[in-house]
Design a protein around this ligand. Structure first.
Ligand code: B12
Length: 227
């Protein structure tokens, strides 16, 4: 299936390119960083929606890894090799520090208790390539550390990534903790597989982003004072 172009219309893909998506997914599953980077470059440059197709392939590979992450079939080595290849492709697709930071500062973190950070890192790279200055507080990050970073860096938004359901109560604490610190105007955005299943109301945040690109659009609108 073709991805929609930024204008919303499906884009016809050049001949042969449709095979690059499954090829990239297979190379990521094999943990073959070098070959995955070559396939990702082809996919990225083929159409305007290329970078989105690369992120879709990264998500598809990790979705396939999902059953290796259950207690019955936990396979750390395979997940780590695929994760390493995914990060190499993400860094190559969205190089950090190459775009000027003109769109303001945001803080991003994965809350305490959650060690998943691949999606957070990809989001950081996409936002930084799109011109935001992104301060990354890392994974397994206490709420107090996130709030301090927002104040210190004068960030206009706090982005939180959650892959496991037990972090939901921590995410719900963010709004009152920001308010207590005089940071009520800071926008709160949630993302990541577990948080994506919740509503903004349930998480007590301003926006639940479906992916990094949706988050960038939301932040751009917020900067321009749009709701
Ligand atoms: C890789 C992985 C791991 C790796 C993590 C490596 C790393 N450095 O991140 C390791 C092996 C360490 C791991 C460990 C565990 N994992 Co794990 N893991 C996964 C797996 C297979 C893929 C996650 C991933 O990276 N996806 C790819 C990325 C690119 O997608 P993403 O995170 O959704 O991010 C995209 C968007 O959501 C978005 N995004 C992400 N964050 C944010 C934030 C913002 C603000 C925005 C805007 C966007 C955004 O941007 C990304 C690109 O579009 C998932 C399965 C799955 N299908 O999700 C299980 C999964 C998340 N793990 C799970 C579990 C249970 C565990 C363990 C508890 C397993 C165990 N038995 O010990 C542990 C410990 C976890 C802990 N305490 O945190 C469960 C969680 C269930 C739940 N809902 O609570 C899952 C769903 C597996 C399953 N089938 O049950 N895991």
């Amino acid at each position: 299936m073709n991805s929609p172009s930024p204008t919303g219309n499906p884009e016809p893909e050049p001949a042969g390119i449709e095979a690059d998506h499954p090829r990239l997914v297979a190379l990521l599953m094999d943990g073959d960083s070098g070959a995955a980077m070559v396939a990702a470059r082809r996919l990225r440059t083929a159409t305007e929606a290329g970078p989105i197709r690369v992120v879709e392939a990264l998500e598809a590979a990790m979705e396939l890894m999902s059953n290796k992450c259950t207690s019955e079939q936990f396979n750390l080595l395979e997940i780590m090799l695929t994760g390493r290849a995914a990060m190499a492709v993400a860094r190559d697709t969205f190089p950090e520090g190459t775009a000027p930071s003109t769109k303001g500062t945001v803080v991003i973190a994965t809350p305490e208790g959650d060690v998943h950070d691949l999606g957070k890192n990809i989001t950081r790279m996409v936002l930084s390539a799109k011109g935001f200055r992104v301060v990354d507080c890392g994974k397994d990050c206490p709420v107090a550390v996130m709030v301090k970073a927002v104040a210190r860096e004068e960030a206009f938004a706090l982005l939180v990534s959650g892959l496991i359901s037990p972090v939901v109560p921590l995410v719900r604490q963010l709004r009152p903790r920001l308010r207590e610190s005089g940071l009520a105007a800071v926008r709160l955005v949630a993302g990541g597989a577990a948080l994506k299943q919740c509503t903004a109301e349930a998480l007590n945040v301003d926006h639940v982003a479906s992916d990094a690109f949706d988050c960038a659009r939301y932040l751009e609108a917020a900067k321009e004072g749009r709701p």
